[in-house]
Design a protein around this ligand. Structure first.
Ligand SMILES: [Zn+2]
Length: 225
């Protein structure tokens, strides 16, 4: 069966299998309503204070036995762990969130809330649209240049008209600026657009009439010590 056309009950089965493979059977997965912002939500263990309607693009916690989840299809998922202070973060960085510097906001909040030292942090960047496929126009590159400087992370296709945007590079810059060591930043190569057979891509699949665009789920959590 086409893995992209999975009925709801199979999607649930897949989620169970996913959790079993991670050895996290029965763990709740907390996901927020992602709104392409720099909003950060810190989960403190009170489930009554958390619903999937909470608007945030970065989730942080020090609680054990649950997973923070980010859903993407072209946007960049970033997972961060502080092994010393035992804290984790999951970040959703699309182009808007990147312009809003959601990654810097999340890391700043880790230091504030958990006294994380950025040199102790480890980050993983998941599959996203790559810098050779993610073509953007002035509605995107203009705010990008405003946020990062002329031509930063852009490779011009037609100068002033269209460019390719390297969203991973822009977020690596934010991680390094926040104080992470380059050797603690791990980048997965997958591209949702040119490897669309493996991944969901909003750009590719929303062009296909009647196609359902799925989302990938990136999770991070702390096991009970
Ligand atoms: Zn690509």
């Amino acid at each position: 069966m086409d893995p992209k056309n999975v009925p709801a009950h199979e999607a649930l089965q897949n989620r169970r299998k996913f959790l079993a493979d991670l050895r996290c059977e029965g763990w709740p997965i907390l996901t927020a309503k992602q709104i392409h912002s720099n909003g950060v939500f810190v989960f403190t263990g009170n489930r009554e204070n958390f619903t999937s309607e909470i608007e945030a693009d970065a989730l942080l916690t020090r609680e054990n036995g649950l997973l923070l989840g980010i859903k993407t299809a072209d946007c960049l998922p970033i997972l961060v762990a502080d092994q010393k202070k035992r804290a984790v973060a999951a970040i959703h960085a699309g182009w808007r969130g990147t312009v809003e510097k959601v990654t810097e906001a999340a890391l700043g909040r880790m230091t504030e809330e958990f006294q994380s030292n950025p040199v102790d942090l480890v980050a993983v960047l998941g599959p996203s649209a790559c810098g050779r496929c993610y073509e953007v126009r002035s509605d995107v590159f203009t705010p990008f240049e405003k946020a990062f400087g002329k031509g930063e992370f852009l490779k011009w296709n037609e100068p002033g008209v269209s460019a390719w945007l390297d969203i991973k590079a822009a977020n690596i810059r934010q991680l390094e600026k926040a104080g992470l060591k380059r050797e603690n930043i791990f980048v997965l190569d997958g591209c949702t657009i040119h490897e669309n057979g493996l991944f969901f891509s909003h750009r590719v699949e929303s062009r296909i009439p009647h196609a359902r665009v799925g989302r990938m789920l990136a999770v991070i959590g702390l096991s009970p010590s």
